[in-house]
Write a protein that binds this ligand. Sequence first.
Ligand code: SAM
Ligand code: SF4
Length: 461
Amino acid sequence: MRPRRTIAPPHEAPPDSGVGARYHIETWGCQMNVHDSEKLAGALEQAGYRRADVADDADVILLNTCSIREKAAEKVFSELGRLHELKRGNPELLLVVAGCVAQQEGEEIFRRAPFVDAVIGPRATSSLIPTLARLRGGNPARLRALDIEYREDSIRFPFDLIRRESPESAKAYVTIIEGCNHRCTYCIVPTTRGREICRPLEEVLAEVRALAASGVLEVEFLGQTVNAYRDASGHTLGDLLRRTAEIDGIRRIRFTTSHPAQMTDKLVQAMADARPMLCPYLHLPAQSGSSAVLERMRRGYDRRGYLARIEALRARIPEMLFGTDLIVGFPGETEQDFAATLDLLDEVPFDTVYSFAYSERPGTRALDFGDTVPLPAKLERLARLQSRQRAIQEQRNRRFLGRTVEVLVEGKSKRDPSRWTGRTADNRIVHFGADTAAGRLEQVRVAQTTPYFLYGAPVAT
Ligand code: SAM
Ligand code: SF4
């Protein structure tokens, strides 16, 4: 068989290059990937592609991938194996790998999955449409495309083209910064997403105004280090929060993910100024409760520093609640270090915790430390941590029994379609039965609680 030729990314395509074709996107990972898929869908639809609800009906299948842990990356290859079957039945089908695995693995994807047609990194998505046009115009058995450039235009996607996953939900993500300038020793994001680039404040505000005019009540600003936001004119996240709080129609403002070392007093003051529109819930990843581990992680703060940030936030915004990310089993983590992490759960305490077993990532500095905590010990610590946090959340949610909370309805519950699901401003998930619709604000009286959810019924107004 003749080897396939890897073509360079073209820059332009006819405006209707996708007419007559259907696309399907599968998304892994964080909110940023979910929102990137909304932009990819927008670009595809602008070119004339139509959405296919299932992969079997698509002419182009795009995997928007995550590589934050090894398991996430491996899942992509097993899904590619499944899609290979589809391609055997339909050789014209185009398979595209996008997102962080595309960036991290590059050419290697063609070696492990030679039937893949294109690999496009998260900062190179502007070449998606021209690349597809060229592949569809050529012989798919002979051509394949690779584009893993870090381009600045990835952040300037025309916001009116974004195809929101659930437009009826009245909440929308808005990217303000991409990439990351930190160098946490365990993390692959600076490699896959490149260095920080920020959108101009006025452009972000124009997007928020357009969203508000279309009925959006809640915006969530996104970035890997969202509080590092500073545009070319020097505007900061604090400026953005104050200005957004003045926009008619916007009732809730959130932002994620914040880095504790960049949670300055000035930003905390701006957050207080943006209340009550700014939601009283902040995701502030601690990663560990042990100062020794934090130093090896190169996080730029120690345990005291982290707790001081929480206190500064509480001093200005007493109603503020917190969520966090924690890694267990980082190289060299002792039982004592882990006990310090467990203790952090009680000391803060958090309302949501995302906890992970440390996973070695290619090219990261932590590889030099070795993977010293055996997997069974990591998993045992993870289970202990999750069990402790579950008990804390059970207690914290129980306080809501009998209270009435305001819920922004997101849609039908996935588990029980007779119920609706939404969130409180402080990020609690509420399930309730009612005659309502996505996008409404409902007053719900809480009748039952679990560590993860509140259940109730709307109060008559
Ligand atoms: N930018 C955010 C921050 O600074 O906290 C987080 C970005 S990352 C997408 C989400 C979470 O994945 C991290 O907070 C961390 O807890 C976890 N994570 C990242 N690299 C990891 C690794 N190598 N092993 C296990 N968990 C990891
Ligand atoms: Fe990764 Fe650290 Fe950057 Fe977060 S701040 S994305 S954990 S390098």
